[in-house]
Design a protein around this ligand. Structure first.
Ligand code: ZN
Ligand code: MN
Length: 141
């Protein structure tokens, strides 16, 4: 993990528990919630607290090393892939997928907007039904 040195150089104290969080996040494409991370890391580090997970995530956010996704109104999800991309969420199971398409040219803002705002970034949330959920018929009461 080349990132480790980067975290260290930015002053992130690397305890074994924090390292376990970083290892879990490294290359993770599942867009976990803080609770998901807590549950996964707890298996190897039973004494870890939720606060440690939360605080580590906050530190990584400040360092720009994770992205916070608001696609799910219920809870925040985290993405260690900080290269610009968009997301699609399954409206049945909540699975979040990556959309690596650059829509920048299609998202040019009209002059009446750019007069007031200088755009910095954009993010599109797509909604759909995943393959697995598409196969299972919805239970009808
Ligand atoms: Zn689904
Ligand atoms: Mn993503």
């Amino acid at each position: 993990m080349e990132r480790i040195e980067k975290y260290r150089s930015k002053g992130l104290k690397l305890t074994p528990q924090r390292l376990a969080i970083l290892e879990y996040l490294d290359g993770n494409t599942s867009h976990p919630t803080a609770e998901d991370i807590y549950r996964a890391v707890k298996k190897k580090h039973p004494t870890i607290s939720f606060a440690t997970v939360y605080n580590t995530l906050q530190a990584l956010l400040e360092m720009g090393e994770v992205m916070e996704l608001t696609i799910d109104p219920e809870r925040k999800h985290f993405d260690p892939n900080t290269t610009p991309h968009h997301h699609i969420v399954c409206t049945r199971c909540g699975k979040i997928g990556d959309v690596f398409v650059d829509y920048s040219s299609a998202l040019e803002l009209p002059p009446e907007v750019t007069e007031e705002f200088t755009p910095i970034s954009n993010h599109i949330d797509f909604y759909g039904v995943c393959k697995k959920c598409n196969k299972t018929k919805r239970r009808t009461k």
